[in-house]
Design a protein around this ligand. Structure first.
Ligand code: HEC
Length: 223
């Protein structure tokens, strides 16, 4: 029964076929049938015989081991296949908006890693997990970025922000209180940053929004 339950819960066709095959195998091997196994303890009790280890319902040990091994291998293979597929889809299939006119870009793994590394060095202290320390309402989640003026939900507009950051309403220059390029004399980590670096950081921020939309910018419950 347990085996049947596990099989029904597993959706993939390959695993299902394996489950069916194993089920058939179990049904045709003497001693492995569930019905016979279930009746044995009742018979033992009725005759007053003590229930020793020998009376425990048992399936053929070899078959049991083989079944577990095969099922385990199938599950592991299935998981490996799924996560490999997800990883591929994550990086190369995600279209990151470049400007407000519909232009998009797909990142390479190298660009993504570069952006992440630079972000962690220059921004991570305040923006860990996409939140904003000291002002959680102006985080790096896509909703907040989209609500800013001008909207900061594209690579170009984020690059612009890192060059010359402004308040959320776009009215005031905050380059002296937020890391920036125009006031790089005040921000040691920004001094060596090239425009390509800002680009990669921005792409990484947007990528995170597509891959972990709830976590990124989700605040203390996650980080
Ligand atoms: C010293 C802390 C600190 C560091 C370091 C920092 N930020 Fe910020 N960031 C803030 C704060 C505080 C705000 C909110 C500013 C406001 O009130 O408008 C903010 C706001 C932002 C916003 C606007 C978000 C929105 O929803 O409009 C962006 C984009 C941003 N930061 C990107 C970056 C990037 C990229 C880096 C790294 C190069 C960085 N920040 C480094 C503290 C920091």
């Amino acid at each position: 029964m347990m085996m049947a339950g596990t099989c029904a819960a597993r959706p993939a066709a390959a695993a299902l076929a394996l489950c069916l095959a194993l089920g058939l195998l179990r049904a045709f091997v003497p001693g492995a049938a569930h019905g016979a196994a279930a009746q044995r303890p009742a018979a033992a009790q009725a005759s007053g015989a003590p229930m020793g280890m020998g009376e425990q319902p048992q399936e053929s040990p070899l078959l049991g081991a083989a079944t577990r091994l095969l099922a385990g291998a199938a599950a592991a293979g299935l998981l490996a296949g799924l996560s490999a597929g997800a990883a591929r889809a994550e990086i190369e299939d995600v279209a990151i908006p470049v400007d407000g006119k519909g232009k998009t870009r797909n990142l390479s793994k190298e660009e993504l890693i570069r952006g992440k590394r630079l972000f962690n060095v220059a921004c991570g202290t305040c923006h860990v997990g996409g939140g904003t320390r000291t002002n959680q309402s102006v985080g790096l989640g896509i909703e907040e970025l989209s609500g800013a003026f001008p909207p900061r939900n594209t690579i170009d507009s984020l690059v612009d922000y890192i060059n010359a950051p402004t308040t959320y309403d776009g009215l005031k220059d905050i380059s002296e209180v937020h890391p920036s390029i125009i006031a790089a004399d005040l921000w040691p980590k920004m001094r060596s940053m090239k425009q390509q670096d800002l680009y990669d950081i921005s792409a990484y921020i947007l990528y995170q929004n597509y891959v972990i939309p709830e976590k990124w910018g989700g605040g203390k419950q996650y980080y």
